[in-house]
Design a protein around this ligand. Structure first.
Ligand code: C5P
Length: 297
């Protein structure tokens, strides 16, 4: 079966947040093995795909100006890789609505690539057995396998080992970005060799206080090298920590986006107002519960 000419499939590319990120070692090929806990916010870029004469990409939304629709774009790379894998011609228009800051530690390019794989698999009627999206996605970015799931999960290896934790409580979060783009590769380059141990929870915490006390004995190993490259991160973390109701403040991924966890979403929203006044991008969001975002649109 082929797609109808007027058919459009939309998939959310949710923001990913690393609640903790331990770097375990450095492989021969330069990639680092990690132990990380990923959650996904309700904030998202949106991917829409529809049949067209040829493969093309339109980027719109608040952060559209920061990206180019050229060949190296992770969205186009994902589309081409999938088309090659199943040997079809990618006659599709992709629209990316870029709502999230880029090079920000929120999964951006990986989340968009994962969403486009999901959307195209549906539009092109690709059966799940025809192609391993996780393996394909890993070739585009280390966070793509987790973003394909978009549910709370532990991530191991360099990003390919995924263990869902569906029972994790939904969290009220504040996300803050200073407007500085940080390349993941350069943050890893200055990380050094001070490695950490795996730190998975003995049991899944069922309440926010329970989760916070576990997170306090874990950390983000990339926070120090990220601050070395962008001192604004230290200031943001300090300001988030001072806001009312903040239970924990930390960097997400390789930054520069920081997050705060709050007891309730009202406090997170109040904090977002305060941080926006300082000229930073700041949004309050709940983390998405375990669900398949591409199925509820
Ligand atoms: O896979 P991704 O494009 O997100 O990675 C960007 C860069 O970050 C890689 O080229 C690598 O230098 C570094 N990286 C790493 N270990 C990982 C993920 C990324 O060293 N697990």
């Amino acid at each position: 079966m082929t797609a109808r000419a007027d058919e459009t499939i939309r998939v959310y590319a949710r923001a990913k947040i690393n609640l903790y990120l331990h770097v375990l070692n450095r492989r021969e090929d330069g990639y680092h093995e990690l132990d990380s806990l990923f959650v996904f916010g309700d904030l998202a870029d949106v991917i829409a795909v529809t049949p067209a004469r040829s493969l093309n990409l339109e980027i719109r939304g608040p952060f559209a100006g920061k990206l180019s629709a050229k060949d190296e774009n992770s969205v186009l790379r994902a589309a081409r890789l999938l088309a090659d894998a199943v040997q079809i011609r990618p006659q599709t228009k992709i629209t990316l609505t870029k709502n999230l800051p880029i090079a920000a530690g929120l999964g951006g390019g990986s989340a968009d690539a994962a969403a486009v794989l999901r959307a195209l698999a549906e539009l092109w009627r690709i059966s799940p057995s025809a192609v391993d999206l996780t393996l394909l996605g890993l070739g585009i970015g280390s966070d793509v396998p987790a973003c394909l799931l978009s549910e709370p999960c532990y991530v191991g290896g360099i990003g390919e080992q995924i263990e869902p934790i569906p029972a994790l409580p939904a969290l009220p979060l504040l996300l803050v970005n200073p407007g500085v783009e940080l390349a993941t590769s350069s943050v890893f380059r200055t990380f050094g060799t001070k490695f950490s141990e795996t730190a998975r929870f003995p049991e899944v915490p069922t309440t926010i206080p329970n989760l916070i006390s576990l997170l306090q004995t874990r950390h983000n190993d990339l926070q120090r090298p990220a601050i070395e490259q962008c001192s604004g991160i230290a200031e943001i973390l300090h300001v988030i920590n001072e806001t009312e109701g903040c239970l924990l403040a930390r960097l997400s991924g390789s930054g520069a986006t920081c997050f705060g966890i709050y007891e309730n979403i009202v406090e997170a929203k109040q904090a977002a107002v305060l941080l926006k006044r300082r000229g930073w991008w700041a949004k309050a969001t709940m983390t998405a519960k375990a669900e398949r975002p591409w199925e509820d649109l």
